[in-house]
Design a protein around this ligand. Structure first.
Ligand SMILES: NC(=O)c1ccc[n+]([C@@H]2O[C@H](COP(=O)([O-])OP(=O)(O)OC[C@H]3O[C@@H](n4cnc5c(N)ncnc54)[C@H](O)[C@@H]3O)[C@@H](O)[C@H]2O)c1
Length: 419
């Protein structure tokens, strides 16, 4: 049994459930400084695990691997500490927030010899896994153009996600192109190609952003050039109607997942139209639900969450498994960071670094530019490019009250069910 510790008990609670369900791992410790989040897991798991509020004591608990499910911009320093302590790491999205952290993370993985697995679950949906199979088998030919969309209108759940905290990363750190790996990541993983250049676009700060207290544009776009010259359009954010969709055009044809609006199975279903050989110009459209051990029984994100956790546990156990390593994690994340540099530079395309190349690292190891003031200090970037956004305290107070009401109502229901 692999012994796992979970850092961050909100999203971390869901990942813990999949670790336990694998039957090959047990969660021995959880750490969260927030009482509500920690108590939720205490109620569920009781004495089965040890509960910590402080990372420094948590990391000393005997374990083989740590799941990092703390704030999205704060993963890298904790990943480095875990790797240096001889622990394998499963990192929730994102891998890091600036170039200095990216270099530190790559070097920590290399010197530790431990597994670092990036938790980009959208690569493991039935349709995206099937596209990877098709692409690597050669059925699609050489990559030419791709699209990835992760549009999720989170307004109705913003109180659950940010609990009215003005400084929550979703309000204070996130910029339009920040959360890019759900949309771009699957195209990178399907094709195995490295992004080399990016141009970023920021959609406007809207009335909805003001109501949510999110101090950034409503969505972001990255236009990414891959190493073979193919182009990807990646779009993500809180546009009003949801869409999780991936499309890959190759020299022999196209594969795409179903649009959610079509109500035909969303990311479970795939549409394929490929030629028997390049230049044949056949017309062979087909659609199917890939035969899949996870997709039918949804354990979160149409089975992707269970799949990625099982693959992580297999990798830590020394088995061959399909996981995303630190270099590929950066291929998924750096286009979002450099798209932001592009937006702030008037839309100029930016060349993407390749940290596999040791010679490139020195140029970046002291570059702390990001939107987190505590890390970037005098090089802090704004979260919106067009003006300074000032949101009154009342907005956060209203959201906090909504969150407190919901927590109290859940507690009342739990108590009633017990009696
Ligand atoms: N892959 C997915 O589909 C998916 C879905 C949701 C969230 N996520 C990712 O999971 C992570 C967590 O998301 P969330 O919505 O739960 O975020 P969150 O920021 O609301 O929760 C993070 C938790 O970590 C705790 N924490 C942070 N720093 C800590 C510290 N130094 N010591 C102790 N506790 C600390 C906080 O108290 C909080 O309860 C993020 O990286 C997010 O991007 C991924």
């Amino acid at each position: 049994m692999i012994k796992i510790g979970v850092f961050g008990a909100r999203r971390g609670g869901a990942v813990a459930e999949h670790c336990i369900a694998s039957g090959k791992a047990k969660v021995v410790a959880v750490c969260d400084r927030d009482d509500d989040a920690l108590n939720e897991l205490k109620r569920k798991y009781g004495d089965a695990m040890t509960y910590y509020k402080d990372f420094d004591t948590f990391i000393g608990h005997g374990m083989d691997a740590v799941v990092l499910a703390n704030s999205a911009h704060m993963h890298a320093p904790y990943a480095v500490r875990c790797l240096d302590a001889g622990l394998n790491v499963f990192s929730e999205v994102l891998p890091c927030q600036c170039m200095a952290e990216a270099v530190a993370l790559v070097e920590a993985v290399e010197r530790s010899g431990k597994k670092y697995v990036y938790g980009e679950n959208y690569c493991y949906m039935p349709s995206t896994r099937e596209m990877r199979k098709l692409y690597t088998s050669g059925a699609l030919g050489e990559f030419e153009y791709g699209e990835g969309e992760y549009l999720h209108n989170c307004e109705s759940v913003w109180a659950d996600l940010t609990y009215g905290d003005r400084e929550h990363w979703r309000n204070a750190v996130l910029y339009a192109t920040f959360y890019c790996t759900h949309s771009l990541g699957p195209i990178v993983h399907i094709t195995g190609l490295r992004p080399v250049k990016v141009t970023g676009y920021e959609l406007p700060f809207t009335d909805k952003c003001a109501r949510m207290g999110r101090r950034s544009g409503i969505a972001g776009i990255e236009m990414v050039e891959m190493e073979n010259g193919g182009i990807v359009r990646s779009v993500h954010g809180d546009l009003n109607k949801g869409s999780v969709m991936y499309r890959v055009y190759g020299s022999k044809g196209r594969a795409e997942s179903a649009q959610e609006e079509a109500r035909t199975g969303g990311a479970r279903r795939i549409y394929v139209n490929v030629d028997s050989e390049e230049g044949a110009n056949d017309d062979n459209p087909s659609t199917y639900l890939p035969d899949d051990e996870y997709g039918a029984d949804d354990g979160g994100h149409v089975g992707a969450d269970r799949c990625i956790v099982n693959n992580f546990i297999a990798a830590v156990s020394g088995e061959q498994s399909d996981v995303i390593d630190v270099y590929e994690a950066l291929d998924m994340f750096l286009p979002g960071l450099f798209a932001w540099f592009s937006v702030l530079d008037g839309g100029r395309p930016q060349t993407l670094p390749n940290l596999r190349d040791r010679a490139e690292r020195d140029k970046w190891r002291n570059d702390f530019r990001c939107t987190d003031k505590s890390v970037a200090r005098d090089r802090a970037l704004p979260t919106y490019s067009k003006c300074v956004i000032d949101i009154p305290d009342e907005v956060y107070v209203g959201i906090k009250n909504k969150y407190i009401e919901k927590v109290q109502s859940v507690r009342r229901n739990n108590d009633e069910n017990k009696n």
